[in-house]
Design a protein around this ligand. Structure first.
Ligand SMILES: Nc1ncnc2c1ncn2[C@@H]1O[C@H](COP(=O)(O)OP(=O)(O)OP(=O)(O)O)[C@@H](O)[C@H]1O
Ligand SMILES: [Mg+2]
Length: 206
């Protein structure tokens, strides 16, 4: 899954977003995952080497080793709470620079809002296509995400949404048929919508 797409995964809590990532990406050999809530135990956790003064530089060096398109890179990052924006900025830009990698961002609405995108996020959705970077972001709160990011999103995985303002947002972007399906999904069911407006339903297996 390194075709340079930006993919948005949205749905209410417990609907299956995180599980979708695990199911579809567990065998991916080049993967950087921002594990905001520490849920992705299937992927090796990047751990700071002891006695390093700057963990971020250490992390960047570790990922930079993968600066060859065929080398394996499989890391998930737990972010330091007081520097999470800085880490997302640098790791996002680094994914862009190394290229040919899948970058996954949990809780994307912490890093994008109506007036602002984290610079790493902006770099990924604006420029990553040419680098073969697939950018996958997950959110419970799609209306909060910037229009720049949503309009650069080329494929969607939509899990159940129930709040009217979420469904309104979907209506502005997708056919009425899609909105009706999304409102009626069960947990773990999803609709995948492609840029040519075709869609297919699926279900996550745990
Ligand atoms: N390994 C597992 N075994 C059994 N049930 C699981 C497992 N992982 C997740 N679940 C359940 O699957 C459902 C979907 O969980 P998941 O974490 O994928 O949702 P989510 O959309 O990411 O939610 P959130 O927005 O809170 O992050 C939940 O009911 C959860 O309790
Ligand atoms: Mg989740």
């Amino acid at each position: 899954m390194r075709d340079g797409l930006t993919i948005g995964i949205a749905g209410i809590t417990g609907s299956g977003k995180t599980s979708w990532v695990r199911q579809h990406l567990k065998d991916e050999s080049r993967l950087i995952l921002i594990d905001v809530r520490g849920e992705h135990n299937w992927l090796p956790l990047w751990v700071a080497e002891e006695n390093k003064s700057d963990d971020l530089e250490d992390a960047l060096a570790a990922v930079s080793i993968a600066n060859r398109s065929d080398a394996e890179v499989r890391f998930r990052f737990l972010l330091p709470a007081d520097r999470d924006q800085v880490w997302v900025e640098f790791l996002g830009k680094l994914a862009y620079h190394i290229g040919n990698v899948t970058f996954i961002l949990e809780e994307a609405d912490i890093y994008s809002n109506a007036n602002w995108d984290n610079p790493g996020v902006r770099c990924l959705h604006n420029y990553s296509r040419s680098q073969g970077v697939t950018f996958i972001y997950l959110t419970r709160n799609l209306p909060a995400i910037s229009r720049r990011l949503t309009s650069n999103t080329k494929a969607w995985v939509l899990f159940r949404q129930s709040e009217p303002r979420y469904l309104d947002q979907l209506e502005a972007r997708f056919d009425e048929e899609i909105v009706e399906i999304v409102a009626g999904l069960d947990d773990l069911e999803y609709v995948q919508v492609f840029s040519d407006h075709t869609w297919e339903k699926g279900i996550v297996t745990l």
